[in-house]
Design a protein around this ligand. Sequence first.
Ligand SMILES: NC(=O)N[C@@H](CC(=O)O)C(=O)O
Ligand SMILES: [Zn+2]
Ligand SMILES: [Zn+2]
Length: 430
Amino acid sequence: MEILIKNGRVIDPKNNINEKLDIVIKDGIISRIGKNLKEEGRNIINADKMIATPGFIDIHVHLREPGFEYKETIETGTMAAAAGGFTTVACMPNTKPVVHSKEIVKYIKEKSKRTGYVNVLIIGSITKGLEGKSISDINEMVEEGIVAISDDGKTPMDNEIMIKAFKEAKKYNIPLISHCEEHNLSNGGSINLGRASERTGIKGIPSAAEYLIVKRDIELCEATLSKLHVAHVSTKESVELIRRGKLKGLNLTCEVAPHHFILTDDIISLKDTYTKVNPPLRTSKDVEAIIEGIFDGTIDIIATDHAPHDEDSKKVEYSRAAFGISGLETAFSLSYTELVLNRNLPIDRLVEMLTVKPAEIIGIDKGSIEIGESADITIVDLNREYTIDSRQFYSKGKNTPFNGRKVKGKVIYTIVGGKVIYEKGEIRCL
Ligand SMILES: NC(=O)N[C@@H](CC(=O)O)C(=O)O
Ligand SMILES: [Zn+2]
Ligand SMILES: [Zn+2]
């Protein structure tokens, strides 16, 4: 049966489209785009007063499988993705075992095929066991289809290892995604070093813990002529370093997570460990620099860094709590409300940061609405206001500092390969 998406405003930044159009899906593929297309014999999705965009792509999620199924599984994580409008996610390798060999890549691929609701791409680790000592089996993981390498959660501190890793990434034309943290500086800290750490007595992490490694990795990217993608930028110095690196014409991109352009460390209190995230929430100066970076294109994309945790890992003393925010189900509404409504970012730019730009970074042929392409489409009601309620999350991780926040812009349909996976709050069974 063909599907007709009727009367939506189609926003497809790759093709410079922003107008009211109908879309026909046949056998999972986009078969027609045009005005006033015939209804007969087609399943109608009424997208009147809504936008239809390419399915969102999140290149930074933690699905926790294998090994931490009590925090999230591929099944629950991809349900959360669908509820957030994401049709493709790339999962980070800090699982148990770590994704450092072809066996684990195969395991995740197979499990995703069986239990995943959206497309799951895989990021392999840079070093075995994320230990920063010896390089993973990158060659064989590339053969199994990994889209990037990263030791996310940690930074390999040894330059020799990093140079080898950059050269490997270059050989296979994949980006190295850097979690930038100088561990000797972050050293047991839980929040940003500054007013909040003084106020609360919680041990601080200086901005330099991030930007020293951003600086190092940009220099290594330049020296090895490879692709660097900086994960979860949180400081104004990092934004400036990346801006300058890009001016030099380096193969350099970066992402920001919604919590880093919306929240500051002012909201931190000893009892609310849902505000604990790595890198930590910073100051309003950092937030303003990140916003500037989003406007001038220094910051390429939004990625959620979806980091779900079980309650036992969060309901402990602040310094002992796990770092991370469950982000897939709130990312669009938060970003739309903050960037488009509060700060006047053009909606096309927001959609671009969630679709074609992430696709380009990991080199996949997705992120647009084109005839002949797989029908990954997200339909959003921009006028729908609601209050974030983590009890309604499909994710196992209820850890969000945004609970109770009023936002605007709700995902109504998520279509993956022509199948309606999510519709008006409900996930459709596989
Ligand atoms: N961001 C986080 O606070 N936590 C991530 C690790 C990471 O992204 O660095 C996690 O795996 O829980
Ligand atoms: Zn990280
Ligand atoms: Zn992460």
